[in-house]
Each structure stands twice: as structure tokens, then as C-alpha cells.
Ligand binder design. Structure first.
Ligand SMILES: [Mn+2]
Length: 320
């Protein structure tokens, strides 16, 4: 919960800062990217300061049309020696997930964090994290309300995009509050259809590669398990995790599990696991990975063939 106490400290630090940097986790998703941009715009419009926004890794194509996307710069393009009065870290999870921009956190005079990931230790002296929030954007909205900040339609749309992407169009919602926030945003003027169109922004080669992988999937255990493969040649055509492959196969009636094997390079296989109503997290753990109950993954350092056989063996334990 964001109290007046937090708001006082937040306002004090921002008002007195000459320089501010904002970042999310490496390889930003919708929540990380949009939360960074929304925070920057809020600070610009409410405190008349212009924060620097950075990322590490890659921003997927489907987020390229998000408002003010160009506001966010690759971290190596910011002066190494630059030290900031305030660093704001959003949606990061663990220090390791921040990647290269962590050096700005280490050098900052004051660190603020806003996050909804479960963690043991936090980086921010001012920590506005809430593990129960469906997205970091939900906490930013609470900050806007409690601090009585001005919010324009761009900020509102960014928050909605973050919420939609992080909740899988509300499929993963566990607490009703996020619906109240979404309702507020719609009443404020946010339109959902244009956000949907904005996120339909993948390259043609990506969709062709992903649909071909779905078309060539192998079905095992009386069609209860589908295994799709993206080899190293096609891997570069992917955008993000290959959600289209998983999404297409998951629509098949009677299918219980979907596995996507991505040959990132020789002997390095990215594994995505989905269980329609059944858990896959234990299988991900067995492979040295992790994730959520019904959506998990791992990276396994072995040949495509060996990883596939290992996964089939593991599924023998749950599917007969
Ligand atoms: Mn998030």
C-alpha cells in the first residue's frame, strides 16, 4: 500500500533531484517497458524534470508501437561516468534481472523501487513494492492516486498496456483491484481496441515461422501433449518467447500440455512449457528452470534431440 509517508519521501527526492534515471528488467516485457515510460512522463508532467530511460537486452517487436517507445535508450548509449541523483527501478524482480543498467543503481545517490515480484532483498531505499499487484503499472496507478498526480491519456494508455500484457488479457488476475483500475482507465478515456492493434506488431517472418512450427508439431500420449520445435535457423525470426506457437496449439480440444523447444544455438535449448489445466512447474524445475504453475520454462544445455527425449521421459510420469 502506498501511504502519504511514501508519497512525501517520493516527492521530496524527485523535486530535489537534478538527474533521474529509470529502468526495468532486462529484455523488457509490456509491464517493464510501459512502466518505465509512464514513470518518465509522470515525472515530466508533474515535476518538470526529464528522466533518462534505459533498457538492456532486446525490446520485442510487438512493443515497438507503444507510445513514446523511442524515449527508452539502450543503456550503453548513456555515458558510463554519468551518476544520477535518483534511480527508479521498476518491475525488476532480482538484481540479476536488471542487467547492465545496474551500474546506474549502484552509483545513484538515492534509489526508488516499484515492483510486484516476490523477492528476498530490495534495491530501493524507498520501496513501493506490492507482491499482490497484477502488474507494476497497478502500483504506479496507486501512486498517482495517493500523490494526486496529473495523468494524461498517454500515461493512462501505457498503464493499460502494461496491465493487459502482464495479466495475459486478465487471465492471470488474482485480486479484483486491477479490474477497478482498468475500469478507471477506460472511464478516463483509454480505448482497448487500439492497444490491441498496437500490440499486433510482429514481423511477417515471425508469424510465418511460428505458425509453421505449430503446423509441424508432434502429438504424443494420445494427443494430450504437443511438442513444437524451432531450430537454430528459424530462431532468429522469433519475437519474444514464441507465444503464437503456444497460443495456437493450446486451442486444440483435448490437448493438455504444450512444449516449445527453441534451439537458441547448438546445444542450448530454450524450453517453454504450458499446461492447460495442469501444472508444468515441476517439469520446468526438473530441467533446471522455473516459472508459474501453468506456464514455465528452462534453458537446457544439450542437443535438441536429447532435450526432447528427456522431456518425453518426464511426461511419462504425468501422462500414461
Ligand atoms: Mn510485471
Amino acid at each position: 500500500m502506498i501511504t502519504q509517508e511514501y508519497v512525501k519521501q517520493f516527492e521530496d527526492k524527485i523535486k530535489n533531484a537534478k538527474s533521474i534515471i529509470i529502468m526495468g528488467h532486462k529484455n523488457p516485457d509490456g509491464d517493464a517497458l510501459c512502466s518505465v515510460i509512464a514513470m518518465a512522463r509522470l515525472i515530466e508532467q508533474n515535476y518538470d524534470k526529464s528522466p533518462v530511460c534505459v533498457y538492456d537486452g532486446n525490446i520485442p517487436d510487438y512493443l515497438d508501437a507503444v507510445p513514446l517507445r523511442k524515449r527508452v535508450r539502450f543503456f550503453e548509449r548513456v555515458e558510463e561516468t554519468e551518476s544520477f541523483d535518483v534511480a527508479i527501478v521498476v518491475d525488476y524482480g532480482t538484481i540479476k534481472n536488471i542487467g547492465g543498467p545496474y551500474k546506474f543503481v549502484e552509483n545513484a545517490k538515492f534509489v526508488i523501487e516499484i515492483d510486484h515480484h516476490i523477492k528476498q532483498d530490495s534495491v530501493g531505499a524507498l520501496c513501493m513494492s506490492d507482491e499482490k499487484a497484477a502488474a507494476t503499472a497497478e502500483i504506479i496507478y496507486e501512486l498517482i492516486q495517493t500523490a494526486n498526480l496529473k495523468m494524461d491519456i498517454t500515461v493512462a494508455s501505457l498503464l493499460m498496456t502494461a496491465i493487459i500484457t502482464d495479466t495475459g488479457w486478465f487471465a492471470f488476475v488474482k485480486r479484483g483491484r486491477v479490474f477497478q483500475i482498468a475500469a478507471d482507465l477506460v472511464d478516463f478515456g483509454v480505448k482497448i481496441q487500439p492497444i490491441m492493434n498496437e500490440l499486433d506488431n510482429k514481423a511477417r517472418k515471425t508469424i510465418i515461422t511460428e505458425s509453421a512450427a505449430a503446423a509441424n508439431a508432434e502429438f504424443l500420449f494420445h494427443n494430450k501433449l504437443a511438442i513444437a520445435i524451432i531450430d537454430s535457423k528459424s530462431y532468429k525470426n522469433l519475437d519474444g518467447r514464441g507465444e503464437t506457437v503456444l497460443g495456437l496449439l493450446q486451442q486444440i480440444a483435448g490437448l493438455e500440455y504444450v512444449v516449445l523447444l527453441k534451439e537458441q544455438k547448438e546445444n542450448q535449448i530454450g524450453v517453454s512449457l504450458r499446461g492447460k489445466n495442469n501444472p508444468v512447474d515441476k517439469i520446468a524445475n526438473e530441467l533446471g528452470g522455473g516459472g508459474h504453475k501453468n506456464a514455465a520454462g528452462a534453458v537446457v544445455y544439450d542437443s535438441l534431440e536429447n532435450v526432447k527425449n528427456k522431456i518425453i521421459e518426464l511426461f511419462k510420469g504425468v501422462l500414461k
